[in-house]
Design a protein around this ligand. Sequence first.
Ligand SMILES: [Zn+2]
Length: 76
Amino acid sequence: MFICDVCGNDESVMELVAEVFEVDGRRVFVEQIPAQVCAQCGEIVFSRETAEKIRRMLHGEAEPTGVVSLELFTFV
Ligand SMILES: [Zn+2]
């Protein structure tokens, strides 16, 4: 059962999310990741299987499907 680490809420929705990960100092963007998203605060939680699959993808089992350029903002 889902319990949000941030707000303790127990309601979540399944969504496909996009996240930036850091791999060996490189930032990569992964989209269409199935995740449980807290219905209250929006905290994103990946299942252990999903997190493991992402880790394997990013460490050489998958080729990137594209390259994106991102606008960067630095909080000042
Ligand atoms: Zn929450």
